[in-house]
Design a protein around this ligand. Structure first.
Ligand SMILES: Nc1ncnc2c1ncn2[C@@H]1O[C@H](COP(=O)(O)OP(=O)(O)OP(=O)(O)O)[C@@H](O)[C@H]1O
Ligand SMILES: [Mg+2]
Length: 217
């Protein structure tokens, strides 16, 4: 389907003179399609996204924010030596959550934050849209939950009707007890970071209030 779409775009483009506004729009559409296809292939293979290797987490998340159709506020305070698998999972969580915001939320803005207490990385993606996200209705959020739990973490989706959507992933930076046991070491059981706790509490507070976040706190 995507190949015939690429072909259709190319045929339409060949009907247009270089330099026209429509030609520029079609060129841009083709480029976006190519990027989406490349991303789809990476996702399908579970490959470390190339942009992470080339430009690092902050630039990769900025790129995701930049192509979201609503303004996205980014805050990244994370250690520089995050293991590849965790970094890729952060990327996929933000990519899926922002894609969902664009597709369903009818939001006016979104906020992405990545933080760490040294033992856990917490990723929080919130929008001020219509809420009602339900991981039973698709494969994106449940796939994320699987991916996060494969790393010993947890995914929370807080999305009351009319109250915006907050997706929070907590990812242990230290080995999980299972990983540590497999390596013959001991590790403390993963506990929720205070940052994640506060994020969940504030999302729950918003859920009770229902008026949009982004409005007066
Ligand atoms: N930010 C959001 N705002 C409003 N509704 C949402 C939001 N995110 C998800 N949803 C709702 O939750 C459902 C499940 O989302 P999920 O990402 O799991 O699946 P999907 O987007 O429908 O499909 P896929 O991700 O597999 O393409 C969506 O179909 C949508 O109805
Ligand atoms: Mg989705």
């Amino acid at each position: 389907m995507t190949l015939s779409l690429a072909l259709a775009l190319r045929m339409a483009r060949s009907q247009l003179a270089d330099g026209s506004e429509a030609a520029a729009m079609l060129d841009e559409a083709s480029e976006q399609l190519m990027r989406a296809l490349a991303e789809l292939r990476e996702l399908a293979r579970g490959i470390h996204p190339a942009i992470l290797t080339d430009r690092g987490l902050a630039a990769a998340l900025e790129a995701l924010a930049g192509r979201t159709p609503v303004p996205v506020e980014l805050s990244i305070v994370a250690p520089g030596d995050i293991p590849d698998q965790i970094e890729a999972t952060v990327y996929y969580v933000v990519a899926e959550a922002l894609t969902n915001t664009a597709k369903y939320a009818n939001a006016t803005c979104a906020r992405v934050s990545v933080g760490s207490d040294g033992r856990r990385l917490t990723v929080n993606v919130a929008d001020d849209g219509r809420g009602g996200a339900d991981r039973e209705l698709g494969s994106g959020l449940s796939g994320l939950a699987d991916r996060v739990s494969a790393l010993g973490g947890r995914l929370h989706v807080i999305s009351p009707a009319g109250g915006g959507t907050t997706v929070i992933a907590e990812l242990p930076l230290a080995p999980t007890p299972e990983q540590a046991a497999a390596e013959g070491r001991t590790a403390r059981a993963p506990s929720r970071s205070s940052e994640a706790d506060e994020a969940i509490r504030s999302a729950a507070r918003r859920a009770r209030r229902v008026p949009r976040p982004g409005g007066p706190a």
